[in-house]
Design a protein around this ligand. Sequence first.
Ligand SMILES: [Zn+2]
Length: 297
Amino acid sequence: MNNLEKGRKFVAGGLTTAMILTGLSGCGYVEAKNKQPTITNSVPSPTEIPPTPTLIPTLEPTPTPTLEPTPTTAPSPTEVPLTPTPEKRANPSVIINRGNPNKPEIAFTFDDSGKGLHEILNICNQRGIKSTFFLLSGELKANPDIWRQAVKDGHQICNHTVGHRMDLSKLPEAEIKKEILGWEKVALEVLGEEYLERMKRDFPYFRAPGGHQSERLQQVLGELGYPITAYWSAEDCWTMEPKNNPNNLTLAQNYLIRLKNGAIFLAHGGSAGSVAEVIDGAEEKGYSFKLLSEILD
Ligand SMILES: [Zn+2]
């Protein structure tokens, strides 16, 4: 089964955009300024306006858009539509929030950057747990030795962009590509070509800052070789907001009540103090921690 099929198999059934938009946070990151999305609705063609004599003079000077090779009007139904992409487009990246529901295995995944992640890495190593880290490129650049060693120890490092733009899904295609390919460039420098090739082949996962998504972002991800966008089933920011935590559970308790086969846990460096407790609690209940790629098998 290839990765795309894996993603499809475990695709988040009832995941809605609203859930995604409220699902996170960005924990500790300064939100990028929201840019207004580009409005792409086209103005109705002047030729469609009824030929009322009084209107004609004002309509005459309106220039038609200049699309050189093909006429803008469609004189016959056999005319090829104005799509600038002759080649077949890749499938959009699929969002998943759960691995195999038939095995008591869960993936602990960690995002962003900072000392808390180094602490978490140590805890995972001490417990013999392999984890998946969605790092910002700046973290790789700042601590190359730590993350090279992490790879040697069997952890996975995946793409979480360069700038953690919370408006990534709304950016123009070229800007989205810059964020994703910029990360790859740094990963290539720090972790090497063999690693990047292996990542793209065996665990081609992406996690969008704040979990935001859009049709455009999913399409670009698919085209850049990320068939799977990793969402999660439990995390540490949204959950701990008082309105979402009515029973005042601790962070570890909040993870543990969400234990289930194939769960994907997400934590940030600031939650390092609770990670050991989550691991202990889950293992006591018979769950084992795996790489994200392993629970998608
Ligand atoms: Zn993040």
